[in-house]
Design a protein. Structure first.
Length: 203
């Protein structure tokens, strides 16, 4: 995954609570195990009409938000089933940060494993950022992970909390495989000894 250090971009407002993973990426798109290509079906049932044409009222179809990198939304975002396709779809669309008052636990954890920064803030701070986001493409927001700050278009700053280990992983682009590969020398040493002592395990 890519490092997350500082992100500056348009924030799209999605003032909805209890947005579940089936709304983020509907079940019919879960047949793939690839992490790419799912962005076109992000929020499919809200973005598109039954005939396949775009719904112009949905925020990500509006010109100001087609290139949004940040999503500002309501409480309990990512509830429902535990599908990892949900953060895959957000990431493939270009969303690298989701800001909400609260998240479903499994979705929250899956975001970090895929290079997305989920930020939980008090409702009043989310409301301030929602107001900023509703200004459109001219009002960009900056997320500074190292400083743990969100800087709004008018210069206002909101601080946020994040677990230090998760912060380290995002700053250094370390997913579960990357963390394991940090110990590759020790793994190679172990396999070398084990291969000599118990060669049948490596035959």
């Amino acid at each position: 995954m890519d490092k997350f250090t500082t992100l500056t971009g348009v924030a799209a407002p999605l003032p909805m609570i209890n947005v579940d993973t089936d709304m983020i990426i509907p079940k019919q798109f879960l047949k793939t195990i690839k992490r790419t290509g799912l962005g076109r079906n992000l929020f499919d049932e809200m973005r598109f009409r039954p005939d396949g044409t775009e719904n112009p009222d949905f925020v990500l179809n509006q010109p100001a938000y087609r290139q949004a990198k940040i999503l500002v939304t309501g409480e309990n975002f990512g509830c429902g089933s535990s599908r990892e396709h949900a953060p895959w779809a957000l990431l493939d669309f270009g969303i690298r940060c989701v800001i909400a008052p609260s998240f479903a636990d499994i979705f929250y954890n899956n975001c970090f494993k895929n290079g997305i920064l989920p930020i939980a803030l008090p409702q009043e701070d989310v409301d301030r950022l929602m107001d900023d986001a509703e200004r459109g493409a001219n009002a960009t927001v900056t997320i500074d992970l190292e400083a743990q700050e969100i800087r709004g278009p008018d210069g206002g700053v909101i601080s946020f909390e994040i677990d230090s280990f998760r912060k380290h992983c995002l700053l250094n682009a370390l997913d579960d495989i990357g963390l394991t590969l940090q110990n590759v020398a020790a793994i190679d040493d172990y396999e070398g000894v084990a291969g000599t002592e118990r060669p049948w395990l490596f035959a």
